[in-house]
Each structure stands twice: as structure tokens, then as C-alpha cells.
Design a protein around this ligand. Structure first.
Ligand SMILES: Nc1ncnc2c1ncn2[C@@H]1O[C@H](COP(=O)(O)OP(=O)(O)OP(=O)(O)O)[C@@H](O)[C@H]1O
Length: 795
């Protein structure tokens, strides 16, 4: 399970930059005690005011004078504060303030949740006003019950809405308070009345029972009268002994009437139903209470002061904004019409949509023209227009027109700034929004990585892949808090993604024992991928236990405090794995990476692990069938051949692009032409600098440990590089006097690769002899004592 330590270290630089306003434990003790004392003092001053206030009246005006003799128990200041709070303030309700100050002290001392304290203050102030108005309502002058505030508000209200209006307003205040604070509803009020009614009835019936008992015991005169009135036939003294049952039977008619009513009322109250509901939602109630007390769980709390990078870090380009070149449009239109007419294709209408790099000419052919005819002429039309990057879409899906995309003579750069600033991106509610660029109709193109759920990027070298990857990462950095998303970056080229090193402790995830978060060594990728598979399995286990279908549901439940962290539950950030040169990886590691990648691609969508794989070489041995099947979302930059285009997109088109970020995006059916947003290295550097200079987690997000079963590529001579099970393996081999990998596999329950690697290490350590074909290796150490000595000598 991935662990993340909760405590954070502050670098000295940050300390100077942003002084923390958090109180130390000693400060808390001092402030807390001060507040508690102030609360008690105020309470004494207020109580005393009731007894001494009148006597102190004359002195209050002369305050502050050291010579004056006050009666108040806490002297002059007490008298003055009492006058201020009670006479000129809220009257009796002022005691609420002493309570609130006292409570604040307790909260500071015990380090309790401040949100709850704020609530207490909010309601305390409202109640004090309400009470002073209530007391003021019954008085025609300022007095110590309602204080000046109560009196003034009352006289103001009564002037405008009269006494009745004021009393109704007070009632409304009370009901509002009960409804909000105690969640009182009309039904619950009705239930209270009903149960009160029932209690009264029970009392009455109990009273009757009590009345019956004396009938047979000491029959008083009154009881005698009662008895005769109800004609209870006490035939003899024996019967009188059965007083408990008999009299009840006798007055049965009275009870019978009451009993059914009680039953009815019980049904009305729906007592049983309520109880069942309560029992079922016990955990929900607990969660609701926790949420009420502490608010929703906030995953960003650890880095609460984290600032998202501002837009200013991104560059504005001069060549931004589309300029319409009327001449060029006219020229292209004429060429298209002419070319088509050469092939006897008449055009009913033509329309142009100008995009950042290409213009789309939409043609409606005259009735009777077969679309297949135009499709067949694709190459001829492209030749006639004699421009690079012409793409013919016949027909445009859902439009019934034929599209001819012609590159603009002067293309405009789509800046990252313009797409990040776009309303579409800023207001997007997507889980992992990515602003890829702008479409042909100049609309910002935003997609959700979480929905894709994995992305394959391919394109010949120098066509914009790295810029595309940076655009993806930048989008996520601008939208997601470090607590919400983590990246695993694999960069065999070693230069493309190094800038992201600065945000290691904010946004990156790595293996526990690795030094660099950005993986440049292909052999380490295998471990990371396998570790990611373990993370995936762990996450599925968590989701299963929480009865959630996907990470969004799980996190929502966790935020709602419905999942107990003691059961291993934790907020799960999205994990985005980015591989910059996948072909290189497949070349060096082959199946060993393909298998975990395929496994992740097949299963990881629900638990928030998403893969982005980029490759220069979109050949079938790199983008294999299994990879293709699990990467429905694909981006194709310009490629050199139609075959490559087919490998990526299952169709041509990518070979006709113009490069420099011109790309085709597909997520299944439609292929959309997009001009990728351009983000330059200095811009990425500024962003990572900005994020990197802020307070970070103590470490990168740690992935679960994976002990590799990788096959030995050479003999390890370095003792520190040995497998953890090296000594156990040596003992097994020496005890059995048989140097075989399969023995280790059986005894230590290992995979073949790891057992083979151990044998290699044992050979290097001089414990077993060299490989002898089909025969088991010779064991060079005779017994365990010799082995012990051998190993000691090594050190
Ligand atoms: N969206 C874009 N808008 C404008 N120019 C771009 C865009 N994308 C890329 N370019 C231009 O193309 C050049 C090469 O881009 P990039 O480095 O992303 O290519 P690449 O496909 O990653 O190449 P390689 O595979 O060799 O790393 C950039 O330096 C830039 O000048």
C-alpha cells in the first residue's frame, strides 16, 4: 500500500518567506488559560452587577479614578464592564458572552476543532440578541433583563410592525433556530405532542390502576363509593384476595376503549419504523455527525496554503489570434471548385471555417454526385491544390458535407495560456481535465483523461509529442491540487521531463527505495510498473471493502467520513503514468513491460490509474494488439507513412498532417483535428519553479514496495546488491548440496527469474560452481559452518 507521511518539514527558506500563524503548544497554554480566566472574570463581574450595579452607578461615570470606591466584586473595571454588557448591552443574555469566552479558552487549551467553536460564537451571538429582544418585549424601558439593545430593537420593531408583529417575529426566530440547530421538523414537533398526549393518557390509566388497588385493601369511604358506583361484584373475601386480576377485569370496558386508541397512536407515531431506520443507518449517522463536527474531510489540508500557478507564468504569443486572409480564402476556393469541375463534380455550396493552422472548406456537392467518387479523387484533389497537409473528409460525420482541410499560409500558435484561460477549461467539472489545444473551428478542446481512460500518443520525431505531453501535464498542474493527482514519469530520453523533478514532493510518485522520482533507466520501469500493479490490487481491495465501484465514489465516501482510516482507508489521488518513449522501453524490456502495462490498461480505469504512452515508432511490434485494444484514446501527430497512420488511428490521415503540433485525436469513432497547445520549456520551468518553491510533502508519494523477479543480466559482485533472500538461498543449496534454481524455487517459493538470479549471485559469491548445461551446479561449500565462515570472510 502506498504510504504518505503526514508530517511535513519546513525548509528554512519557507519559514522566512511565510511566517506560520499556528500557535505553539506553549502559546496555546498561555492564550487558553487567559481566555478561561477572562470568561470566569466576566461572569463574576456580571453576577456582581446584579447586586452592586445600582450602588456603583455614580462611580461608573467617573471611571477611571483610582480613588473611587466600588462595590462590584471585581472592582471598578468589573463595574464598568457589567454596566456595558448588562445595562447598555444585552441584559441577562450577556452571560452567554462569558460562557463563549470561557469555551474559547477550553478549545484553545484542548486544541479542539475551530469550526465548531465558530459555530458556537455564531449561534451564541444570535441567541443573545434574541433573548435581549424577548426580555425587552415585556418592558417599556431599558432594564437589566433586556439591556439597551433589547429595548432599542423592540421599540424599533414595535414602531413598524407593532406588538403582535414583534411577538410573531420572535416566534419565527425561535422556530428557525430550532429547525436549523436541532433539525426540528413539523413531524418531529407533532410527534412530541403525540407522545406527550400518550404520556398523559398512560398517567391517567396508571392513576386508575392505583385507584383500583385500594378497592380491596383498605377500603376507604371514597373507594367504597367508587366500588359501588362501578358495581364491582366482590362476592366473598376469597375473591377479594385476587384483587390484582379481578378489578381490572371488572373495569375492562374503560380499558378496552383506551387500548385500541393507544395502538392506533403508536401506528401514527411510527415509532418502530423510525427505530429500524436509525439502526440501519448507524454508520451514516456517525458519518453525518463527524461531518457536522469537523466538516467534510479535506485532502488538501496538509498543503492548505498551496497556491495554483498563476496564468502569468505562461507566455502570450504575438502571432496569436486568427487573421482572415481574404485573398488566400478566395484563391483556395477557386482552386477547389476548379479541380472538382475538372472531374465533373458540381458544387452546390461551399463554406470555410478558419482554424489556427488549417481552414476547413465544407462542400455540398450537387444532387446526384456520388461521395465515393470524391473519395477516390482524394489524391488528385490534393495534387491540384498543391499544398502539404490536405485532408479530405468525405463525408463529415453528422453533417452530410464533404470537408477539405487546407493548411493556412500563416499558421498561428495556440498558446497554452489561451487554452488554460478559456472558460471551457476553467469551468470544466471533469475529473482530470486536459486542454489539448484548439479545434478547426477555433474552439478550445478539453478532454477528460479519467474518461479516456488511457492515452496513446504517436508521431514522427520533431512533430510535437513532447510539447503535447507537457501540455497534458501543465493542464493537470493548473487544475489539480498536489493531493489529488500524482505523476509517474518515465523518460528514457533523460531530458524531456527532467524539469518536473522540482515538483517531486508535490506531484510525483516513486518507489520507496529509488532516489530520483523521474525514471530514466528502463530496467527500473519494470519494477515501477509491477509496483503500480500492486497499488492497483490494493486499491481494488479498498474499493471492494468500501463497496464502491470507482475512485470518484470512494473518495466522495471518504470525504464524507463514511470510511474509517483505521481500516486502511485513505484518500486516493489519481495516478498518471507518463512514458515518453515507449518504443525504447519495449525494445529493451519487451514482454516484461508489456504484461504489466496491458494489465494496468485493462483494469486500472476504475481505481484512478491512467496511462499516457508516447512513441516515435508507431509500428505494430511497439503498439501491439493488446496495447491497442486497451488504449481507445489516441493522438496522432504527423507520421511519415500511411501504414504508421493506420497503426495509430486504424485509418489514414496522420500522414497528411503538417507537423508542429498539428494532430488528430480519436476516442473511438470520430477523428478530430486539433492544433496542440504550445508550451515551451521555459514556461514549464517557471511553473515547476513556482510549485517547487512552495511547501511540499516530506517525500514523493510512495508506491508499494516491489521485490523484482527480474532475470540476472550479469553476475552481481557487489554484496549490497544481493537479493534479500541470498543467505536463505545459500543455506538451502549448501544443505541440499545441489546447486539448482528449481530447488530454490520450490523451497523458497520463488519465481524462476528470481531463483536464477540468486543462483548467479551464489556463483559470484563462490558458493556454487559455474553453469554445467543440464547438470545441477556443483556446490563448493560442504556444510553450514563452512558457509558461515565463508560469508563472514566476505565482509
Ligand atoms: N503545438 C505546437 N505549436 C507550435 N509549434 C510546435 C508545437 N509543438 C511542437 N512544435 C514545434 O516542434 C518542435 C518539436 O517539438 P517536440 O520536441 O515536441 O517534438 P517531438 O515529437 O517530441 O520530437 P522528439 O520525438 O524528437 O522528441 C518544437 O520545438 C516546436 O518548435
Amino acid at each position: 500500500m502506498a504510504k504518505r507521511k503526514t508530517k511535513t518539514k519546513k525548509t528554512p527558506k519557507q519559514k522566512i518567506k511565510k511566517p506560520s500563524f499556528k500557535l505553539s503548544n506553549q502559546q496555546k497554554l498561555v492564550y487558553g488559560t487567559l481566555l478561561v480566566i477572562c470568561g470566569v472574570w466576566l461572569c463574576i463581574a456580571l453576577v456582581s452587577y446584579f447586586f452592586t450595579g445600582e450602588a456603583d452607578q455614580s462611580i461608573i461615570d467617573t471611571f477611571p479614578s483610582r480613588t473611587s470606591d466600588t462595590q462590584n466584586w471585581v472592582s471598578q473595571f468589573g463595574a464598568w464592564v457589567g454596566e456595558l454588557f448588562i445595562q447598555r448591552g444585552f441584559g441577562v443574555a450577556s452571560f452567554i458572552y462569558s460562557g463563549l469566552i470561557f469555551l474559547s479558552g477550553i478549545y484553545v487549551l484542548m486544541n479542539l476543532n475551530k469550526t465548531k467553536l465558530r459555530k458556537h460564537w455564531f449561534w451564541g451571538i444570535l441567541i443573545s440578541i434574541w433573548l435581549s429582544v424577548l426580555f425587552g418585549f415585556f418592558k417599556n424601558k431599558t432594564d437589566i433583563l433586556g439591556g439597551t439593545i433589547g429595548f432599542e430593537i423592540n421599540s424599533f420593531l414595535q414602531d413598524y410592525i407593532g406588538k403582535i408583529g414583534t411577538s410573531l417575529l420572535l416566534l419565527l426566530g425561535l422556530i428557525t433556530y430550532l429547525a436549523i440547530r436541532f433539525r426540528v421538523t413539523f413531524e418531529s414537533l407533532a410527534n412530541i405532542f403525540k407522545s406527550a398526549k400518550k404520556d398523559i393518557k398512560n398517567e391517567i390509566s396508571d392513576l386508575k390502576d392505583d385507584l383500583i388497588i385500594p378497592l380491596d385493601n383498605n377500603l376507604s369511604e371514597e373507594a367504597e363509593a367508587f366500588k359501588t358506583a362501578y358495581e364491582i361484584p366482590l362476592q366473598n373475601d376469597e375473591l377479594a384476595l385476587k384483587k390484582d386480576t379481578k378489578p381490572v377485569k371488572e373495569i375492562a370496558p374503560l380499558e378496552v376503549k383506551v387500548a385500541p386508541k393507544e395502538e392506533e397512536e403508536e401506528l401514527d407515531l411510527e415509532m418502530k419504523v423510525e427505530k429500524v431506520a436509525e439502526e440501519l443507518s448507524e454508520t451514516n449517522n456517525l458519518a453525518n455527525k463527524l461531518v457536522e463536527d469537523f466538516g467534510q474531510f479535506d485532502p488538501t489540508l496538509e498543503l492548505a496554503k498551496y497556491q495554483f500557478p498563476p496564468l502569468d507564468l505562461l507566455k502570450k504569443y504575438n502571432s496569436e489570434g486568427i487573421t482572415i486572409n481574404q485573398e488566400e480564402l478566395e484563391e483556395n476556393k477557386n482552386k477547389i471548385v476548379e479541380t472538382l469541375s475538372n472531374y465533373k463534380i458540381g458544387i452546390a455550396s461551399i463554406k470555410a471555417t478558419i482554424g489556427p493552422t488549417v481552414t476547413l472548406y465544407e462542400i455540398v456537392p450537387e444532387a446526384g454526385v456520388r461521395i465515393s467518387k470524391i473519395k477516390n479523387l482524394e489524391d488528385d484533389i490534393a495534387l491540384s491544390l498543391s499544398a502539404l497537409g490536405i485532408r479530405i473528409i468525405a463525408p463529415i460525420p453528422g453533417k452530410g458535407t464533404i470537408g477539405i482541410e487546407v493548411p493556412n499560409k500563416n499558421s498561428t500558435i495556440v498558446s497554452m495560456r489561451s487554452v488554460i484561460a478559456s472558460k471551457k477549461f476553467q469551468t470544466s467539472e471533469m475529473q482530470l481535465p486536459i486542454a489539448l489545444g484548439k479545434t478547426i473551428s477555433n474552439e478550445t478542446f478539453v478532454v477528460d483523461l479519467a474518461k479516456m481512460p488511457h492515452l496513446l500518443m504517436a508521431g514522427a520525431t520533431g512533430q510535437g509529442k513532447s510539447v503535447g505531453l507537457n501540455a497534458v501535464l501543465t493542464s493537470l498542474l493548473y487544475k489539480k491540487h498536489p493531493a489529488e493527482v500524482k505523476f509517474i514519469l518515465v523518460d528514457p530520453k533523460k531530458v524531456e521531463l527532467t524539469l518536473f523533478n522540482k515538483i517531486e514532493r508535490h506531484y510525483l510518485a516513486k518507489l520507496p527505495d529509488s532516489e530520483d522520482a523521474i525514471i530514466t533507466d528502463n530496467t527500473k520501469v519494470i519494477n515501477t510498473l509491477n509496483s503500480l500493479c500492486i497499488e492497483m490490487d490494493n486499491r481494488y481491495e479498498l474499493l471492494k471493502n468500501a463497496m464502491c465501484r470507482n475512485i470518484a465514489e470512494y473518495n466522495a465516501k471518504f470525504k464524507g467520513r463514511k470510511l474509517n482510516p483505521n481500516d486502511g482507508h485513505q484518500f486516493l489521488p489519481y495516478i498518471v503514468l507518463v512514458v515518453d518513449e515507449f518504443a525504447d522501453l519495449i525494445m529493451t524490456a519487451g514482454k516484461e513491460v508489456e504484461t504489466p502495462i496491458a494489465r494496468l490498461a485493462q483494469l486500472a480505469r476504475a481505481i484512478g490509474i491512467h496511462l499516457i504512452i508516447a512513441t516515435q515508432r508507431p509500428s505494430v511490434n511497439v503498439i501491439t494488439g493488446i496495447i491497442k485494444a486497451n488504449f481507445p484514446a489516441r493522438i496522432a501527430f504527423r507520421v511519415t507513412s500511411k501504414i504508421d497512420s493506420r497503426t495509430i488511428l486504424d485509418g489514414s490521415g496522420a500522414d497528411q498532417l503538417i507537423g508542429r503540433g498539428d494532430m488528430l485525436f480519436t476516442q473511438g469513432n470520430d477523428v478530430i483535428r486539433v492544433q496542440c497547445a504550445f508550451v515551451d520549456t521555459p514556461e514549464v520551468e517557471k511553473i515547476t519553479d513556482y510549485i517547487g518553491s512552495q511547501k511540499a510533502y516530506p517525500d514523493a508519494y510512495l508506491l508499494p514496495e516491489y521485490v523484482g523477479e527480474e532475470s540476472g543480466t550479469g553476475i552481481d559482485i557487489d554484496i549490497s546488491d544481493r537479493d534479500k533472500l541470498f543467505k536463505d538461498a545459500a543455506i538451502v543449496i549448501v544443505t541440499a548440496q545441489q546447486g539448482s534454481a528449481s530447488l530454490l524455487q520450490r523451497k523458497l517459493k520463488l519465481g524462476y527469474n528470481r531463483a536464477g538470479r540468486l543462483i548467479d549471485q551464489l556463483e559470484a559469491a563462490g558458493i556454487v560452481g559455474p553453469f554445467e548445461g543440464s547438470k545441477a551446479r556443483q556446490v563448493l561449500i560442504t556444510d553450514l559452518i563452512a558457509l558461515e565462515q565463508h560469508l563472514e570472510n566476505e565482509i
